[in-house]
Design a protein around this ligand. Structure first.
Ligand code: SAJ
Length: 435
């Protein structure tokens, strides 16, 4: 089939490339002319393992091209952002305007037999809203209606389904092919149509369900992780207070066969885990105290880390400080919604030239560090020049620094990468003792 992928971002571009590799002719749509031109040159505008070679190959073979103009296709895959907007009351309302805009873009070229698949993380009911929008624009098409009794006899002209991506940045290409997928149809027939498409390039199991359940499943996966990370982050603050090493406590607790606590960190970042739980809270505000609280715990952890780092730097006014890492997690170059970046920029604003940043995945420092006096150095320079190391990201290049090279440093390790570090900032008492 001819495929049109709407949105060529972190999910859309790898998805378009993998579909193209399976032999389909793929047109990628994006609103940015720059993105379109880059891809048509066989280049990419995002960083992802092995994506450059794949895109170059499928573009060269004529299987993938990009455009700002829609064209007819047999399958449409929508992978556009679904951010949330904070309204006046501090509520977090999902913004599905890009999904609806994509629907308006493709509706005019839809024809009988087409399959429309939404992949963007979306609040429950979005796929049906997309369906209603298409129905309003194209009254000439028979649109699938939800049919719980299965009594409808009419065969709709098009199929509409929700199939969330669930790939991990840094492992996108591998997970795109190997992960299981949930495929939720507006009707069972829609799900089967979408299933036949995914079978072309997914090796994992594809499980069909209804659209609303598939939408909720995606949100639940990320809320599950957020709640579990919040538990770890809360433990880290509790352990601080009690003068305990949280990493030691978690290591021991995880020896229990049914306990598997995640890792504390400076907070939760990225575009998914810190966002998607709000979609559930927004849909059922009264029924979600746990999910809401977990979000708050993870957000507050960033401020906790800032406060602790500030106290440390104030207690050692002569010390030169290196912040290790800006990315939102280990071994990637993605700085969106990064707690590490938040902490480092706060310290930069307050302490200026005392701060150095080590981020091997950044060619230069982000905009907010301009005019702060902060400089970017590499890890070797940090180990030579700096007295305090604030570990904000668990990049492998930091993890492998041997004890001998950091034994004389004072370390605030928010990721627990150096369990053997002798001078670690752990809790208030330890900080006072070190000062
Ligand atoms: N983090 C911790 N402690 C942990 C694990 C993670 O502090 O033990 C932090 C990370 O440092 C990062 C944040 O949480 O700041 C999120 O990282 P992540 O690796 O948990 O997740 P993402 O955002 O890279 O990708 C997630 C994945 N979802 C789940 O694992 C349930 C991925 O499969 C989804 O496809 C993706 O969200 C998405 O796009 O929704």
């Amino acid at each position: 089939p001819a495929v049109c992928v709407v949105g060529l971002g972190y999910i859309g571009l790898p998805t378009a490339a993998v579909i193209a590799r399976s032999g389909c002719k793929v047109l990628g749509l994006d609103v940015s002319q720059e993105v379109v031109d880059t891809i048509n040159r066989g280049e990419i505008h995002i960083e992802e393992v092995d994506l450059d070679g794949l895109v170059q190959g499928v573009v060269a073979r004529g299987l993938l091209s990009a455009s700002t103009e829609v064209a007819p296709a047999d399958v449409f895959v929508i992978a556009v952002p679904t951010p949330f907007e904070k309204d006046g009351s501090g509520d977090h309302a999902p913004d599905i305007s890009y999904v609806l805009a994509a629907g308006r873009t493709i509706a005019p070229v839809l024809k009988s037999g087409d399959v429309v698949i939404l992949e963007s993380t979306s609040p429950v009911g979005t796929t049906e809203q997309l369906r209603d929008l298409i129905a309003a624009i194209r009254p000439d098409l028979k649109i699938p209606q939800s049919d719980p009794g299965g009594l409808a006899r009419e065969t709709p002209d098009i199929a509409i389904a929700y199939c969330p991506e669930r790939v991990l940045p840094g492992r996108i290409l591998e997970e795109l092919t190997n992960n299981d997928r949930s495929i939720g149809g507006v009707t069972p027939r829609c799900a089967r149509k979408a299933l036949a498409f995914y079978k072309r390039f997914v090796r994992g199991e594809c499980v069909t369900t209804d659209a609303r359940s598939a939408e909720m499943t995606k949100l639940v996966e990320n809320a599950y992780r957020d709640v579990n990370i919040a538990f770890a982050n809360e433990l880290s603050i509790v352990s601080d207070r009690m003068g305990l090493d949280v990493w030691e406590v978690i290591r021991l607790a995880n020896r229990h066969p049914r306990v598997n606590i995640l890792s504390p960190g400076p907070g939760v970042g990225g575009h998914c885990i810190a966002v998607d739980p709000w979609f559930i809270v927004h849909g059922a505000p009264e029924e979600t105290p746990l999910i809401r609280t977990a979000r708050g715990v993870n957000d507050r952890k960033m401020h906790h880390v800032v406060a602790k780092a500030e106290a440390l730097l104030e207690a050692h006014p002569e010390a030169r400080v290196a912040c290790l890492g800006l990315a939102f997690k280990a071994n990637i170059d993605d700085f969106r919604e990064s707690p590490a970046r938040f902490v480092a920029s706060r310290l930069a604003r307050k302490f200026g030239a005392r701060i150095r940043i080590v981020e091997p995945y950044a060619a230069q420092l982000p905009i907010e560090f301009t005019d702060t006096g902060v400089t970017q150095i590499d890890i070797d320079e940090a180990l030579e020049e700096c007295d305090i190391l604030v570990v904000l990201v668990d990049h492998d290049v930091f993890r492998v620094v041997p004890l001998a090279e950091r034994a004389d440093k004072l370390v605030y390790d928010t990721r627990g990468i150096w369990p053997d570090q002798p001078r670690v900032v752990r809790e208030d008492a330890a900080r006072a003792a070190l000062a």
